[in-house]
Design a protein around this ligand. Sequence first.
Ligand code: GLU
Length: 550
Amino acid sequence: MNYKELADLIFPNVKNISYYEEKYPERNLEEGAIVTRFAPSPTGFVHVGGLMQCVINRQLTNQTKGVFILRIEDTDQKREIENGVAQIVNAIRDFGIEFDEGMINETESKGDYGPYKQSDRGEIYRAYAKYLIEQGRAYPCFATPEELEEMRKKQEAAKIRTGYYGVWATYRNLPVDEAAEKIKAGVPYIVRFKSMGSEDKKIRHHDVIKGNIDFPENDQDIVIIKADGLPTYHFAHAVDDHLMRVTHVIRSDEWVSSIPLHLELFKTLGFKTPKYCHYAPILKEEDGKKRKISKRKDPEAAVSFYHEEGIPAPAVCEYLMNIGNSNFESWRRANPNLDMSNFKFEINKMSVSGAIFDLVKLLDVSKNVISKYTKEKMYDEVLEWAKRYDSELENLLKNKEYSLKIFGIERGNAKPRKDISKWSDVKDAIIYMYDEEFEKQGINFEYGKINNKEEIKRILSTYLEKYFDINDDKQTWFDKMKDLSESLGYAREVKEYKQNPEKWPGHVGDISTVLRVSLTGRQNTPDLYEIMQVLGKESIQKRLNRIIES
Ligand code: GLU
């Protein structure tokens, strides 16, 4: 018996690989177009590093008129959860990212290079495994789990590398006839790759991000088809990336050590190797030490965290873009109003050492993103968020007309307000604008310099009686604040007060603080004139009289 006959015995009913080579031809794309993929297991969970990969891949494929694929790697069926694919698609879509090809949900997909779920590609993998057996580069291995365990123990005791390689690869040189007999007798087996590499020899690999890396050659005879007939990840990804005509494999550098194996697989299968781009994972700093951001320890590792906090998706994407290419930040400064899609992402500028995740910085990006929203967009986004996460806020927003006015305060002008960096900040930032909620707070406010109750009452009643007119424009309002200050014996101008502070009990700023705190309960708010315009005459009178009459 020869290799060909052995291959026929193992895989009698599979197509010749030429069928697949023709079925999935080279793509007809523009020069330089990047074809890449996001290839998660269908666990439903999307890690922030995975989202970063998607942000980058989408940017690169848009930039080069390429293709971005979602491939589901479900060869390890233990990791699967119900609706895991749909959850991933939706989670990524929530960040405004769509795939060009690949799975849409558990069963449906789009694109001509599918199936896009590995468990649906069994016959394709078997065709390529058969091809390798025919070439004498794969073989059936009959080692039982006990035998393998025994072998591992011996290797550990002898302090040598563990694995199935060289002299340890017992079934590697089993004569074809003997292998065929065992198969016919029903002895269970799996299919292994026959490596021709040697641990003593070095290979040099060029990674787009990491540059040249030297490795010892692979010499492991890895499993390519498991007992359940499904491929292992290593084998499947080579076949898939080839047939999907992937040009760039962009993935986290936990896979770097697999490069020698992957290169040998691509070469033996006769495939052109894609460009490998291994980026450093996102890090966290803890007790002065850096470590990978962890699903177990860090809430911000899950993309759901950003939705729960109400950090708008574009802000998260911008921040991740910045982690990907640190020059994004200066580009953003130079182009504050351009859409992020205009930034030219460069893979080779990605960090080799890994960027630290910085929530403060993310929130800073976010407050800038939010500051550019119109009041209508603000309202829609906040309402959407509140419906899911904060029913009290949702309730406040029911009064749409009034809420829009609140969101309009210090917005849409040259220097928009920047005190909101996430939707979970909104309730606190606007609640005092609603009379009913404001009344619930009582009137035990923390005033500034002027905190004598009678003096406060005197200021407020003089204001209401002599100076308050809701129809005043901003300049008139401001001049009246000065007139009020002067009439009550305070300095009209802060400057004159500072020159002779002993001359007055305070200045116009202190008087405005009294008014601000009385109307809002806070010492720091957006522009008081704008707030008063939104509150309106009646609410202002009500709020001030409550204090005067107390
Ligand atoms: N399925 C692999 C993972 O979950 C994909 C690795 C790759 O991109 O090649 O990380």
